[in-house]
Ligand binder design. Structure first.
Ligand code: PBG
Length: 335
């Protein structure tokens, strides 16, 4: 006589493969490795400066010299690349973000120092204008409009200046139309054929960016919101269409941002294009996990690793995460 469970399952029991650590290891489908991690970092002017960011416990803004030290540690752990974001002095910010074009601006200083002292780590730089504008928008503000074409022209010039400083990958995050093609053309004309473009292809008008804006000092500056250029969180098909244009215009890698609430987009992007797809686990996602962990409400280390693995399962090739160094350490310990 067969028992009732065997009658129901027809002897198919999912738990057989889960019965021991060794079976679970054998059947594990996805793995997180240190090669999947990109570390976003915040740069401040000065020397020997390390400042905590209150809404991102554990994350610090660093002057270039301290950033170089931190980058060495990350490189020793095997982290492939950094993504740098500058907290620019207020006196250098203006209506058009003109400091974005300065060869020796903070972001380019950081790139030069990193390429000189830690050449084995990749440097990814954002070309959006928000760290440089007095209004905190990613583009040029004329009246009440973020003007597309003028912004694209400036962003393309800024990309060349960043590539001149040694940036390995240009990552435009300002969501203007036509930017990928314009940047590619500008880079090629300047002889930077080997500099890649990681497009922030699907960037949503999200509330998860709050702590980042504090980190680069745009929080109090921002007038209005970014809904006329970022994608509505309600729209998945529009996001894929937007990414398709970036692919046509020559993007080498695609990004989805924020991360965890947008895993469906990660999956669709990988299916649709087959290009490398990266997720950005953004500041608000980091803050949520950190805050709950600090309060003892969740096991922070396990939640960190689980979220990073979830990106892999969704099809991502890698993750930009403020946890990069911590996760790399945990992975090294695991062996
Ligand atoms: C803007 C930019 C943002 C982030 C990186 N570059 C968003 C914004 O402030 O609008 C967010 C990153 C994060 O939240 O971790 N160009």
């Amino acid at each position: 006589m067969t028992n009732i469970v065997d009658q129901i399952t027809g002897h198919r029991r999912m738990r057989r493969n889960r019965k021991a650590d060794w079976t679970r290891r054998l059947v594990q489908e996805n793995r997180l490795t240190v090669d999947d991690l990109i570390w976003p970092v915040f740069v401040v002017p000065g020397t020997n400066v390390v400042e905590p960011i209150p809404s991102m416990p554990g994350v610090k803004r660093m002057s270039v010299d301290r950033l170089v030290e931190a980058a060495k540690e990350a490189a020793d752990l095997g982290v492939p690349a950094l993504a740098t974001f500058p907290n620019v002095e207020m006196s250098l910010r203006d209506e058009t973000g003109s400091n974005s074009l300065a060869a020796d601006n903070l972001i380019n200083q950081a790139t030069r120092a990193l390429k000189k002292h830690v050449p084995q780590i990749g440097v990814i730089t954002d070309v959006a204008l928000d760290p440089f504008t007095s209004h905190g928008h990613d583009g040029i503000l004329r009246g009440s409009e973020i003007v597309n074409d003028e912004t694209v022209a400036q962003v393309a010039r800024a990309a060349v200046v960043q590539a001149d400083a040694g940036s390995d990958i240009i990552a435009p995050s300002e969501m203007m139309d036509g930017r990928i093609g314009a940047i590619r053309q500008a880079l090629d004309e300047a002889g930077h054929q080997n500099v890649g473009i990681m497009s922030y292809a699907t960037k949503f008008a999200s509330a998860f960016y709050g702590p980042y804006r504090e980190a680069i000092g745009t929080g109090g500056l921002l007038k209005g919101d970014k809904k006329t250029y970022y994608i509505d969180p309600a729209n998945g098909t529009e996001a894929i269409r937007d990414a398709a244009l970036d692919v046509e215009e020559g993007a080498d890698m695609l990004m989805v941002k924020p991360g965890l609430p947008y895993l469906d987009i990660c999956f669709r992007m990988k299916e649709a294009f087959g290009l490398p797809v990266f997720a950005y686990q953004v500041s608000g996602e980091y803050a949520q996990i950190r805050a709950a962990a600090i309060n003892g409400w969740i096991d922070g280390d396990r939640v960190m690793m689980e979220t990073l693995l979830a990106f892999k399962r969704a099809g991502c090739d890698g993750i930009l995460t403020y946890f990069a160094v911590e996760a790399a350490r945990a992975l090294a310990k695991k062996g």
